[in-house]
Design a protein. Sequence first.
Length: 256
Amino acid sequence: MYNWKKITAIIILAFFALPVNQAAAIISPDRPVFNNEALWTARITFMDPYEKKEALLCSGVLVSPTIVLTAAHCLDPDWGMDLLSTVKIHLGAHNISDPNMVAYKPSSFVYHNKYFTTVELYDTLSEEDYPKGFDSSDIGIITLAKPVKKIKPITLPNKNYKAKGTLRTFGWGMINEEGDMSENLLTAVQYDHSKDPDTIKEYKIYDNFKKVIPATAYKDNLSIGTCYGDSGGPLVDKNNILVGITSWANTSDCSE
């Protein structure tokens, strides 16, 4: 995940294409997370084999008492470690020190069958030759060993649901260029640029662009959006309906 340069502002439609792509923390949040808001946002950690301590892996979202949706690249089998034995899914609070935060262990991982078969070809092909479905297959599912009982899962859309009003993303990722990860759940408003001519030109190479929401926002000439560690975090509309998850972006600098 961390060796990619495409990591931040694209958010994939999670359920209009249940097949979701790659991203990462909220830069320049536009407001604090409200009390008891978005408790379905998961903080996914793992035991860093080099630092020998727990580290942030990704974000995610609780979609049923036993299922957390995240990005497939967060569960990369080529990381060289047994992620299943070391990953923890934290839910129920907005700060990592809050005693209400509960850690859950996973029982299994499942990811879209196209993602890791196509990502292996990423560095060997020109953009015009990318395999079909690559841009909309970054979806992973974590099954929890025990059900979550005190947190209501996020509301899922119907098949033909159209997002209503302003979009908003949530995540636990990086907050500055030094690589510091947030101790608090963060949020930022996002705008769908899929109808923008420049955006269409930039991403027309992707076979499933209609399943992608190119989303970001600006404040004081700075980008407001996701960064490393926000991958897999939810994108919701004004009704808190899940419409996508964070996947990737065309930048290595989250403030761009």
